[in-house]
Write a protein that binds this ligand. Structure first.
Ligand SMILES: *Cc1c(COP(=O)(O)O)cnc(C)c1O
Ligand SMILES: [Zn+2]
Length: 400
C-alpha cells in the first residue's frame, strides 16, 4: 500500500525496513502511498469523529494504534486580533489542545504505533522539550521504555515535568539540541533503538493531519497556513498532507506555506531570502522560544520545497515580538500558548505591517503548544498576584 521513497534520488525502501536516511545518497525518506489503489471516501471521513485517526487510510499503521485520542483540536476565528490587524479571516489552530499539550502527539501516536508494528523494543528521541513529553506519554501507553536527550538547562519546566512523570529515562546533555540529535541518532543506530525524531518519516505522517483537519474544519482550503519553524518537520508534514488531498481530488489548490522562525535562529528564513539551495546552519541558535531554538533543521530540504512550491515565504520575529503576541493571544483571544507558538501569529502581524498580506486572505496560524508548557516565561512577564489581608476593606482598596 505504501513504500519509503528517498526525497533526494528517489530510491525506494520497503515499509518494514527500519531506516531514516537513504543508503545511497543520505537524504531523508518520505512515505509514498499508492493513492489510486486506496478506497477512500470523503463522506466516510466526515462520518468519523474529527480526530487524527479519521484519516487512517492515508496513515501507515495497519493494526490498532497506540492512541491517546489526539487531533481534532479547535480552529478559532480570531475576531478581535484579526480586526486589529485588518484581517477578517484570521484563524488559530490550537495544537496545545492535544493530550500532552503540543502537536508532537500527532507524530507520536503514529511513530510509537509504528515502533510496535516494526517489533521494536525501545524508543528514543532528542528534544527541545515537547517531543520528549509526547514520546514519554505514548511510550507509557504502549508499555515501552523510552530514552530522551535534552539540551541541559534549555527546556521549559512543564515539558521536563511531563517527560519525567510519564516515566522516560531523561538525560540532559551539556550542549544544544542539534548535538543531542546527533548523539541520539548514533545511539539508535548502534543499539537498535527506534528513533522518533522528525527524521523518522512516520512521525511526519501523523503531523500532516493538521492540514487535513484545517480543510475539514474550514470547509475549504485557506489561502495561507503559517507555522513556527524549528526542525521544519511540521511545515513539511502539513504540505505533504495537503498534496495528498490534491492527488485524491479532494482539494484543488495549495495554501501558501509560511514559516516563521525566531530572529536568533533563522537558517530557513535566510535560505529563502537568499534563494539558497540549502540552509546554512546557525552554530549558536538563541531565542526565548526554546521549542524552535534549532540551528540545523533536519527537514530543511522538505520545508524549502514546501515554501517555494506554494509561493509561500519565511520570515523571523524577535523575542519581544513573540512575547508581545503571546500576551495578545492570551488577553484578546483567550488562547494560551507557549512562546514558540506565538511566533506564527507574530509573523503575520509583521507581514501585515510591512504590507505583504492581502487583507482578504484566509489565514490559519498553527499555534503549536500550550501556555502551561513554559510557566516560568509566563510568570516573568506578568505582575505577581496582589497579596492582601483577608478583609473586604483591603479587597476593595486594591480594586479601586
Ligand atoms: C516542535 C515544536 C515546534 C517546531 O516544529 P518543527 O517541526 O521542529 O519545525 C514549534 N512549536 C512547538 C511548541 C514545538 O513543540
Ligand atoms: Zn537517495
Amino acid at each position: 500500500m505504501y513504500r519509503l521513497v528517498c526525497i533526494g534520488c528517489g530510491a525506494e525502501y520497503a515499509p518494514d525496513e527500519v531506516i531514516y536516511r537513504c543508503r545511497t545518497c543520505g537524504h531523508l525518506l518520505a512515505v509514498k502511498y499508492d493513492l489510486d489503489s486506496l478506497n477512500i471516501s470523503r463522506a466516510e471521513w466526515d462520518r468519523r469523529p474529527l480526530k487524527l485517526w479519521r484519516y487512517r487510510e492515508i496513515l501507515p499503521v495497519t493494526g490498532d494504534p497506540v492512541s491517546l485520542q489526539e487531533g481534532g483540536t479547535p480552529l478559532y476565528h480570531m475576531k478581535r486580533l484579526g480586526e486589529e490587524l485588518g484581517l477578517k479571516n484570521l484563524y488559530a489552530k490550537h495544537e496545545g489542545m492535544n493530550p500532552s499539550g503540543s502537536f508532537k502527539d500527532r507524530g507520536m501516536t503514529v511513530g510509537v504505533s509504528m515502533a510496535m508494528q516494526l517489533g521494536m523494543k525501545q524508543v528514543a528521541c532528542a528534544s527541545t522539550g515537547n517531543t520528549s513529553a509526547s514520546l514519554a506519554a505514548y511510550a507509557a501507553k504502549a508499555g515501552m521504555p523510552a530514552v530522551v536527550l535534552l539540551p541541559a538547562g534549555k527546556v521549559a519546566l512543564g515539558k521536563v515535568a511531563q517527560a519525567l512523570m510519564h516515566g522516560a529515562k531523561v538525560i540532559a546533555i551539556r550542549d544544544n539540541f542539534d548535538r543531542a540529535l546527533e548523539m541520539v541518532h548514533d545511539l539508535c543506530i548502534s543499539e537498535g533503538i527506534y528513533l522518533l525524531n522528525s527524521v523518522n518519516p512516520y512521525r511526519l505522517e501523523g503531523q500532516k493531519t493538521i492540514g487535513l483537519e484545517v480543510v475539514d474544519q474550514l470547509g475549504d482550503v485557506p489561502d495561507r497556513i503559517v507555522l513556527p519553524v524549528g526542525n521544519a518537520g511540521n511545515i513539511s508534514a502539513v504540505h505533504k498532507g495537503l498534496g495528498e488531498l490534491i492527488e485524491l481530488g479532494f482539494i484543488d489548490r495549495m495554501p501558501m506555506m509560511t514559516g516563521i522562525q525566531a530572529a536568533g535562529s533563522q537558517p530557513v528564513v535566510e535560505a529563502i531570502a537568499g534563494n539558497l539551495p540549502e540552509v546554512i546552519p546557525f552554530k549558536e541558535p538563541e531565542t526565548i522560544a526554546t521549542a524552535i531554538r534549532i540551528g540545523a533543521p533536519v527537514n530543511a530540504e522538505k520545508a524549502l520545497r514546501a515554501i517555494r512550491e506554494t509561493g509561500g515565504t519565511a520570515d523571523s520575529v524577535t523575542d519581544e515580538e513573540i512575547l508581545a503576541m503571546q500576551r495578545d493571544l492570551a488577553r484578546k483571544e483567550g488562547i494560551g500558548v507557549e512562546p514558540a507558538s506565538a511566533a506564527s501569529v507574530a509573523g503575520i502581524k509583521k507581514m501585515v505591517e510591512d504590507g505583504r498580506i492581502d487583507p482578504d486572505e484566509r489565514i490559519v496560524c498553527v499555534v503549536t503548544g500550550h501556555l502551561l508548557k513554559d510557566p516560568e516565561t509566563v510568570i516573568r512577564q506578568c505582575e505577581p498576584p496582589i497579596e492582601i489581608d483577608a478583609d473586604i476593606q483591603s479587597l476593595l482598596s486594591v480594586l479601586r
